[in-house]
Design a protein around this ligand. Structure first.
Ligand code: LRH
Ligand code: MN
Ligand code: MN
Length: 381
């Protein structure tokens, strides 16, 4: 119970704004009109779950005149600002790349954007600079694969040099999209190589939606933990590509297997350096309940992983008891942990059922009445 109570989950500001696919953005009533309202909505998720005390920002989606004011507003609502995400995917200059672009002027612009994000970190007290590059190629021969890696290493080093000692770069990878032939940071190995070259303040981000179907993600988790370079998760679910569906909805068993690696490596501890973030969009479902459900899904997977009898599993593994070892994992996975989590919440003075408590709070009706003309998450902005 103690370990479970210590876990925290970071929410993405963009989960609260309107979002959609390239086919259509469905506008919902009451969505936030600015980053202040996004933070207020995220604080509701924390209020009813007790385990979501940070909000990631995306710059420029969450650009504001006064970041110290935003940070103070967050504190008033009982949350803090988490990772600052740079955004290199919505500017015409970056059509052929950002940090990897053949033109030094564009690369310098991309570096400058990251230095601006580091200033936002200073103003908000954030410690993680999250970098996801849309850079890549659509056609073989379009650019020199190896030269792009060299430019990337150079640009990242310039950004890294701008960090304060308490800051980290967390570098995300993605196997395809928006580029389809070759991404410049397509996989964990590439991200890890760049992080190792940069230094100890650089870590890998694992977005669960950024792998080819069938990839054994828990293996990657284990490998990055061995290297001491798993900086964060972007949790979400996918059936096909980068679907950004609610974590634990498409494949709760995968989430359990990931959390089993985390728990068995001791990486659940708050000082492990692993930031458990969500990266999702709620295109057709209400956003605050969607985030509450997602947080609960992570908690359930974590609780099940904590139920694995580690000693018995070790003994079964040592003695070659294949079915016994597998059975121990399945016993934990098949346990209904919802009563345990309800008990935990009540012991913390929370409602046993966060979805019900939020529904009864009247907040959804209040924001619908107060906010007209909500913002896009950023995709269509
Ligand atoms: C890219 C990504 C990355 C972005 C976010 C909005 O697909 O996962 O983390 O910042 O989506
Ligand atoms: Mn992501
Ligand atoms: Mn993604």
């Amino acid at each position: 119970m103690g370990a479970l109570a210590q876990q925290t989950i970071e929410l993405p500001s963009w989960a609260f704004g309107n979002s959609g696919t390239r086919f259509k953005v469905f506008a919902q009533e009451g969505v936030p009109r600015d980053p202040f309202e996004k933070v207020a909505d995220a604080a509701q998720v924390h209020r009813y779950t007790g385990v979501a005390p940070r909000v990631s920002l995306h710059i420029p989606w969450d650009k504001t005149e006064d970041y110290a004011k935003l940070s103070a507003h967050a504190a008033e609502q009982g949350v803090t600002i988490g990772a600052i995400n740079s955004n290199l995917f919505q500017d015409d200059d970056y059509m052929l790349g950002s940090l990897t672009h053949p033109d030094a002027r564009v690369r310098a612009k991309a570096v400058a954007h990251h230095l601006e994000c580091i200033d936002v970190m200073r103003a908000t007290g954030s410690t993680d600079l999250k970098i996801w590059l849309p850079d890549g190629l659509n056609y073989p021969g379009q650019d020199n694969l190896r030269a792009r890696q060299d430019r990337l290493a150079e640009g990242l080093a310039e950004v890294y040099a701008g960090l304060d000692p308490e800051h980290r770069i967390i570098l995300e990878y993605k196997f395809f999209e928006p580029a389809f032939y070759s991404m410049d940071v397509p996989d964990w190995g590439t991200s890890l190589l760049h992080c190792l070259a940069l230094g100890e303040q650089a870590m890998v981000v694992l977005d669960t939606g950024h792998h080819a179907p069938g990839t054994n993600i828990e293996f990657i988790v284990a490998q990055l933990l061995r290297a001491g370079r798993l900086g964060a998760f972007d949790f979400n679910s996918r059936f096909y590509a980068d679907d950004d569906l609610m974590v634990g909805s498409a494949d709760p068993f995968q989430l359990f297997r990931i959390m089993h690696e985390i728990v068995s490596s001791g990486a659940l501890a708050p000082d492990s350096g692993v930031n458990f973030m969500l990266d999702q969009c709620h295109n057709i479902e209400p956003k605050i309940p969607g985030q509450i459900r997602s947080v609960m899904n992570v908690q359930e997977a974590t609780a099940k992983a904590l139920l694995v009898d580690a000693d018995a599993l070790h003994a079964a593994q040592q003695s070659g008891d294949v079915l016994g070892a597998n059975g121990l994992l399945m016993d934990a996975y098949n346990t209904d942990v919802r009563p345990l989590l309800a008990e935990l919440r009540e012991s913390q003075g929370l409602d046993a059922d966060p979805m019900r408590a939020y529904g009864a709070s009247g907040y959804a009706e209040k924001i619908k009445a107060e906010r007209v003309g909500g913002a896009q998450a950023g995709w269509g902005a």
